[in-house]
Design a protein around this ligand. Structure first.
Ligand code: ATP
Length: 352
């Protein structure tokens, strides 16, 4: 007998095809669009933002074509609290959060999954590009679209109720299939990085919420070399947008090495000073097999992959890279893989 599946439908191509595949496989599927924005009209800026009225209409149309019941669930308040406020608070604390990862952890596979289970559903299906084989998360066959990183924070329990029907397909195949199935969203562009910042201007979004406060930019010796309007506008490894009055003696570009929110100080230095090999993380979530062969770690979404070994220490996790990485920011996740399989993850606390 088929499962009762709740298909999370964003109004985009991927989730429409994911829902269609699950329905075709004989499961009893209901589509749900999550209204995540408190003011859906305000996001209509041309770029595809989060949860516009148009997105919910596209999702409904896709559900009609597939022939499944469809609902809209208002999760705006949860999203505001667990994703947007968390995002702002993390930047205010000098860290660099990944809101997609937080949304998967707190909204799609927590708030939505809880409600789905309470209503008698067995699983939540999404259009994420990742594979799930017997509850074990693995990379998508399309490396350019692989989203296993932003799902790597999910627990075994969360994964046991997840279905990702697209992991064996490339994005091109999904688009083609959408067109063939008459899902009118086939040509819709991919959503951009942060769905609740429709114009993509993260710094302005943060400045609107955290205000601006002038602070010093110092070099590695502590000498003041410039100023900034708020430490929250920066991330480790950033080069652009630094107002430096005293260039480095060697004339080389300088990068953000660290962010100190309490004293509102940004420390900059040469690229070489960004290189780290030891990553210290918080408590790990182990969600895959305890494999130790072909170990790699990914330190940001779409980031490079490093060979590594790791050790659990005092409730945290220390990861040693086999070559230096740059731009490793506290607040991002370190997702550990054995080959293509996710074995666990932990939040980065510091790197050296
Ligand atoms: N507002 C929403 N309502 C319901 N489900 C959503 C919503 N936003 C995202 N999702 C689910 O999360 C998945 C991943 O979201 P992401 O923003 O990465 O989408 P995407 O890769 O652009 O896919 P899509 O083409 O389906 O929008 C989607 O495929 C969908 O299943």
């Amino acid at each position: 007998m088929g499962l009762r599946v709740l298909a999370a439908m964003s109004g985009g191509v991927d989730s429409a095809v994911a829902a269609a595949r699950i329905a075709e496989a004989g499961h009893d599927v209901t589509g749900v669009h999550l209204a995540l924005s408190a003011n859906p009209q305000s996001h209509r800026t041309g770029a595809r933002g989060c949860c516009t009225i148009e997105d919910s209409r596209d999702a409904r149309r896709a559900a009609d074509v597939i022939g499944i019941p469809f609902y809209i669930w208002d999760m705006a308040e949860r999203f505001q609290r667990d994703v947007i406020e968390d995002f702002v608070a993390e930047y205010a604390a000098g860290r660099t959060p990944n809101p997609c990862l937080r949304c998967n952890e707190k909204i799609k596979f927590a708030a939505v999954l809880d409600r789905a289970l309470a209503l008698g559903f067995d699983a939540v299906a999404t259009g994420h590009h990742a594979r799930l084989v017997d509850g074990v998360l693995s990379r998508s066959v399309d490396p350019a679209k692989d989203q296993s990183y932003v799902l790597g924070v999910l627990t075994r329990e969360q994964l046991s109720h997840a279905i990702f029907p697209l992991g064996d397909s490339t994005k091109a195949e999904v688009r083609e299939e959408a067109a063939r199935r008459g899902l009118t969203v086939a040509d819709k562009p991919d959503s951009h990085d942060i769905c609740f910042i429709a114009d993509g201007d993260t710094r302005r979004f943060l400045a609107d919420r955290l205000g601006s406060a002038e602070g010093p930019i110092v070099d590695e010796t502590g000498a003041v070399v410039g100023s900034h309007q708020g430490a929250h506008g920066f991330t480790v490894g950033q080069r652009k947008g630094l107002r430096i009055d005293r260039p480095a003696p060697d004339g080389r570009p300088r990068y953000v090495l660290s962010i100190e929110p309490v004293s509102n100080t940004i420390t900059v230095g040469p690229r070489a000073a960004l290189e780290v090999t030891t990553i210290t993380c918080g408590a790990p979530v182990w969600n895959g097999p305890r494999a130790h062969d072909d170990l790699t770690v990914q330190l940001r979404a779409h980031g490079e992959v490093y060979g590594c070994r790791f050790e659990e220490l005092d409730g945290g996790l220390t990861v040693e890279l086999d070559r230096p990485a740059t731009g490793v920011a506290a607040g991002q996740a370190a997702v550990l893989y054995s080959g293509p399989t996710v074995i666990g993850s932990a939040t980065i606390v510091s790197a050296a």
